[in-house]
Design a protein. Structure first.
Length: 311
């Protein structure tokens, strides 16, 4: 009887252990998951008590925050190139819903305003900086470059493969995939999403772009057994470069200043070039005038020289 009880206990422990191992978040490896006695698996973000919905993508704001949490003495892997605004990754402030707060600040009390993708859209200021709203990123342009191949794909084949990828892997509704263009070896994917058409159940295009970027850079947010595989008609599409451009519903507030600065720089260069040209012309003219004067003086001297009287 005791032996039977021991075997039963071992089986229970094995089942419990296997159940614990299977309690993971398929869409976010940066989570801590536990299973209660009823078998319900609950996952929270690393370094916080924020509960994660593993049936969909985690918001970009929460993912960036998770990357800033120290882990075994090291930080999570950071993007090699970051975003095109060149600000890199930072520790963001997130709303309870997971979206970015309109104003972000660092430890030195330097603040700036961001869009729904967390990208800076204003000049940096101090704590007095105010951001009236969180401006939506309504367009995202993803530019890709694949490695050289012996043969190229057809445009519709690449478009269908990437549309299928975004719909199935990242749960993005096809209506948000505006276009896919292919000109070997370059690919452009355009995502479009406005506030009025996005429902609560729809994933945000900024989150999709972030997950996709991580996949391309071999730092997938999904678990290791869910690595990215892109194929076109059974042939692997090996992407080696990715750039992401963000377009907001309202223009960035620092664009005018930068434009003015650029125009000022151009005007300065043109002015200096003109001044230099005029100076060179004046010097050349002065040298020519001086030469002519010397010749004229010489000729006048020869004309005034007295004529010798012959005996």
């Amino acid at each position: 009887m005791e032996s039977q009880f021991g075997v039963l206990l071992i089986l229970v422990l094995v089942v419990a252990s296997s159940g614990q191992e299977s309690c993971t978040c398929a869409t976010n490896k940066w989570t801590v998951c536990t299973k209660d006695v009823s078998g319900i698996c609950t996952c929270t973000l690393v370094g916080s008590n924020h509960r994660v919905d593993c049936s969909t993508l985690t918001s970009k704001c929460l993912l960036m925050k998770a990357q800033m949490i120290p882990r075994k003495g090291k930080r999570f892997h950071r993007p090699h190139s970051g975003f095109l605004d060149n600000d890199g990754i930072y520790n963001p402030d997130c709303e309870d819903s997971g979206i970015f707060k309109a104003r972000q600040c660092n430890q030195t009390d330097t603040c700036w305003c961001v869009n729904t993708a967390g990208v800076r859209r204003t000049e940096k200021g101090d704590k007095s900086l105010r951001c009236s709203e969180l401006v939506r990123t309504s367009w995202i342009y993803i530019e890709l470059k694949h490695k050289k191949m012996s043969s190229t794909f057809e445009d519709p084949e690449v478009a269908n493969a990437l549309k299928h990828l975004f719909q199935n892997r990242y749960k993005l509704h096809p209506k948000y995939i505006a276009d896919v263009k292919y000109d070997s070896p370059f690919i452009q994917v355009r995502l479009s999403q406005n506030d009025f058409e996005k429902s609560d159940n729809d994933v945000d295009i900024a989150d999709v772009a972030y997950y996709f970027e991580k996949d391309i850079k071999d730092n997938s947010i999904f678990h290791s057994n869910n690595t990215l595989k892109v194929s076109v008609n059974g042939q692997a599409l090996d992407i080696e470069k990715i750039l992401i451009y963000y377009v907001d519903e309202k223009p960035p507030e620092f664009s005018a200043r930068r434009m003015i600065a650029g125009i000022t720089a151009v005007v300065t260069v043109v002015t200096l070039t003109a001044v230099f040209g005029v100076t060179v012309l004046v010097i050349l003219r002065w040298q020519r005038t001086r030469k002519y004067k010397k010749v004229e003086i010489k000729e006048m001297g020869e004309m005034r020289r007295p004529t010798l009287q012959l005996p």
